[in-house]
Design a protein around this ligand. Structure first.
Ligand SMILES: [Zn+2]
Length: 609
């Protein structure tokens, strides 16, 4: 029976382009995971979208003197381009500005409220006397009461991960003018996390979560140990989803909006609904989300995110789903660590980052994918270094894998034009084929456990072994002395290259598709997403990324048909010159110099990280 795998990706704020750290930590691992499951014949649904609300957007708009919509119109299409170019195979990448999302969010709130999971309370807002208005938490900075980090944000400490309220900070001040803020009373709705804690705890303990990553598990357990308390879901801000008059009408709430985290996590549901509607089967989303349907279909939901986002996905969102009732809870939330750049922490405000729009066309997409997958910040921080990028490209991707495929294909094409019929296979041939066949279950098991780095290592070890086999058998000499033995060796090589192509397909879809064609296959093994225009119910034109992906079972060691004609091979990967290292480092230096105060060199701004 095929499995149903729901793959949710944390929604990126549409306030700046994506950098390599985002790709390495969230989008690429999720794509590898989704592509693998489709190759296995599973039903995978991969969704996300641009997060268009909240202070990251308003901060950006204010800095540049434009509207929040203009900020989004600048960055949402850039996300779509990046994902299309790099082959991130979303079933739907939408945005939170849709009518559908507004309705789903408001309905979610009403239901939570009816179920007694929302309460109203007077809280303390951060007030700026100079601007005479309330300031959102992100406009506040101060000293973290737990770890004493002196640049803790009003809502969360970036160093220790503590979530808090601004008045808990020591020396709180406004980031707009650096002046101290005062605190005033204002009414808000709260999610009653304390009430939901027992059920949440029971859910967490309902199975052994040892398959969760250490960081995910620890964060979650620590949080629960501290004891949950209510969390405000509305804010005094003009930009966001209006709060419906519920449970009682109150003009005070007309000026308030949902807090951005609240509507962003609900986006996982609203995007699924939008996907089903676009698919012409409006109820299909329930197969994933209706707990009863999902249980009988054995749905497993994976949330890919950076470690700073863990509490929202293992505590707050599951609590909201429990409070709503009858919805599928997360199965896993594989959180990544951070990626540094040339040994230093990436920083948007210093413009110390590699922006994907700057490199996505300069290198082959699979060169970028390979480096980030092989060097993924999966279980510990990793580092992007240009010299390592060049080395891994030339030695591993091209040296170990590209050359293997090219050598075997060239020998086969020149001497036979098609997959040659082998003579009787010898011990060395059979040993390699057995080793290669076993890789399907080994690598598959690693990918299912979201150990993608180890999976790629196992595949590269197989490529290495195939290279060794060729060096020992020397088919380029055999072809002159013993053509039938040469045919057996080249056949064995082709079978292994073909299987490596399948094993690598989730990681390297572009080159795997190309190799698939060189091997004489006519069909598509690695579909790519496309950008589509869509008209929202309010008549507004929007862009989304989506695609139709094959999900026939191919994750099996089936030998390539004897006699299948081959195409004339050309190399899969480009060699990169050593001079690239200095050029790219120079570009980074110029980039940091041409930029101050959080404005990127191309004029777009993004929240300091
Ligand atoms: Zn802290």
């Amino acid at each position: 029976m095929s499995e149903k795998i729901f793959i949710a990706l944390a929604w990126p704020y549409a306030n700046g382009p994506l950098h390599v750290g985002h790709l390495a930590g969230v989008y690429l691992p999720a794509d590898i995971f989704a592509r693998y499951h489709r190759l296995r014949g599973s039903d995978a649904l991969m969704i996300s979208g641009s997060d268009c609300h909240g202070t990251p957007i308003t901060l950006c708009a204010e800095r540049e003197g434009i509207t929040p919509e203009q900020v989004i119109e600048r960055h949402h299409p850039s996300f779509l381009n990046t994902f299309r170019t790099l082959g991130i195979s979303f079933d739907l990448f939408t945005q939170t500005l849709t009518e559908n999302h507004y309705q789903v969010t408001q309905e979610f709130f009403r239901r939570l409220s009816e179920n007694g999971c929302i309460y109203r309370e007077t809280m303390i807002g951060s007030w700026t006397e100079t601007l005479k208005r309330f300031l959102p938490d992100r406009y506040i900075e101060g000293i973290c009461p737990r770890c004493e980090y002196d640049q803790a944000r009003g809502d969360q400490c970036d160093r220790c991960g503590r979530l808090h309220d601004p008045w808990e900070l020591l020396e709180p001040h406004s980031t707009l003018d650096g002046l101290p803020v005062t605190f005033r009373e204002t009414d808000h709705y709260f999610l009653d996390l304390a009430r939901l804690q027992p059920e949440l705890g029971a859910w967490l303990q309902s199975e052994d979560r040892a398959y969760w990553r250490q960081n995910t598990l620890q964060f979650t357990q620590n949080w629960l140990k501290e004891g949950l308390r209510g969390r405000a879901i509305t804010r005094d801000i003009e930009w966001g989803i209006p709060v419906p008059a519920c449970p009682e009408d109150d003009p005070a709430f007309k000026t308030k909006r949902f807090y951005v985290w609240f509507d962003a996590v609900i986006g996982y549901v609203s995007a699924s609904i939008e996907w089903a509607e676009r698919n012409g089967a409006p109820d299909q989303w329930k197969e994933w989300w209706d707990a009863r349907e999902a249980q009988s279909a054995r749905v497993r939901s994976y949330y890919f995110l950076g470690k700073d986002n863990i509490p929202f996905h293992t505590i707050v969102w599951p609590a909201m789903l429990i409070g709503y009732g009858g919805r599928t809870l997360p199965y896993d939330a594989p959180a990544s660590e951070f990626m540094t750049l040339e040994g230093e922490r990436m920083s948007s405000s210093r413009n110390w980052a590699i922006w994907l729009p700057d490199i996505e066309s300069a290198y082959q997409p699979d060169q970028i994918r390979y480096y980030l997958a092989a060097n993924s910040p999966e279980s510990r921080d990793s580092n992007w270094s240009w010299s390592d990028f060049i080395r891994r490209n030339n030695d591993e991707l091209l040296g170990t894998w590209g050359n293997l495929a090219h050598r075997v294909l060239t020998l086969a094409w020149r001497n036979f034009g098609a997959v040659p019929a082998p003579d009787e296979l010898r011990e060395a041939d059979r040993r390699l084929l057995e080793f290669a066949a076993e890789a399907f279950s080994n690598v598959g098991g690693l990918i299912e456990a979201v150990k993608l780095r180890a999976a790629l290592q196992a595949i590269m070890a197989l490529a290495q072994r195939a290279n060794q086999y060729l060096s020992e058998e020397q088919p380029w000499f055999l072809i002159k002395t013993d053509r039938s033995r040469a045919a057996s060796v080249i056949y064995t090589g082709l079978v292994v290259v073909d299987w490596l192509k399948t094993l690598l397909c989730p990681f390297l879809p572009h080159s795997s598709q190309r190799l698939h064609e060189l091997l004489g296959y006519q069909d598509v093994i690695a579909s790519l997403p496309g950008i589509e225009k869509t008209i929202d119910s309010d008549g507004r034109e929007r862009l989304v990324l989506s695609g139709k992906y094959d999900s026939s079972n191919r994750w099996e060691p089936v030998p390539i048909p004897i006699g299948q004609s081959l195409e004339q091979p050309t190399p899969l990967f480009q060699k990169l010159e050593e001079s690239v290292i200095e050029e790219e480092r120079e570009r980074l230096r110029r980039q940091t110099q041409g930029n101050e105060g959080g404005i990127k060199s191309n004029g777009s701004c993004i929240q300091a990280s």
